[in-house]
Design a protein around this ligand. Sequence first.
Ligand code: HEM
Ligand code: HEM
Length: 306
Amino acid sequence: MIVDSTHTRWIILSVAILVVGLITYVPYHATTPGGPGGGTFQGLIYGFVGTAMMVFAGLLGARKRVRIWRLGRAQEWVRAHIWLGLISFPIILFHAGMSFGRGSLTSVLMWLFAIVILSGILGLVIQHVLPRMLLDRVPRETVYEQVPRVIDQLRQEADTLIESVSGVIDHPEQPAFAEASSSPGRRAHDLRTRATALAVPVEGSDELKRFYLIEVRPFFHPEGIPEGELMGAKTSSARFGRIRLLLPRDLHDTLRDLETLCEERRELALQQKLHHWLHGWLLVHIPIAYALLLLSVIHALMSLFY
Ligand code: HEM
Ligand code: HEM
């Protein structure tokens, strides 16, 4: 659940602020000559309170970046952030006398504010719904930072598998991805592996080797999310099915093992995608939130002093 009992204290605080705002707004709206606005005494109070809540929400970012500010648990800050951020919107609407901005700066402010709130809500949905939706499709959890290394290991396993039936594979146009950075120990291991590769290829393994080098090996590139037939479970299975028809029985087990390695690569690609979605929305939320805070300060100073 997005909202559990640990959110309660923040919900109570935020709803209390909202209710006080609403109770004071109704008579203010009815009795203010010329209608309510940000420049009246009460309007300014809403402006200050709403801005304080927004700045507090913005501090979440600062807290994450400035290590000395590590007060309180991270989850607690996110909860406070969500609820105070959410309620700051109606409070600012009270400040503006329910206008969405009549001047150009205030209109821009309100639109940026709306985008920050909506992207925040969207982000929460992505963070909580997406992993659950994909959980049964991503059975093996790998820490995201380790994904490229795991993919490279799969590629090495696949190389060894193919070499065990076709002899050392020669792939000048497809250098081993880790070779540039691999340690001497790793290279020695690679050489040993190759030394154990068959001197005489199994009959019919040429077709398998060609398929591997042209279609499968690029699929094990550790960076980026691959596309193409092998990316879909059904299309991949069909492709492997067609290759199986071309191979002698002796190679069917090897082909099945290769298909399993491809399945693992597909799972990792799904995790890579998931990670992009989980964090991509912050690229909208964070810069717009900071722009909003900066323009809010400019608006406050301009309206108070000019
Ligand atoms: C005044 C309004 C808001 C401002 C100024 C603001 C600003 C920010 C900033 C600067 C971050 C980045 C933290 C980091 O560095 O990772 C952030 C993260 C986030 N915001 Fe907001 N935000 C606001 C409102 C909201 C609202 C209304 C929601 C949800 C309903 C929300 C949900 C989130 C979430 C889920 C994160 C990611 C936290 C994490 O998991 O680390 N925000 N916000
Ligand atoms: C301490 C912070 C703030 C102060 C001192 C302040 C001050 C003012 C003042 C004096 C006005 C009346 C001037 C006029 O009607 O042209 C006003 C109006 C307004 N303010 Fe603020 N403000 C603050 C924060 C904010 C924030 C954070 C937002 C939105 C994100 C905002 C949005 C508006 C809007 C929409 C109006 C209505 C005017 C219009 O519709 O153009 N204010 N503010």
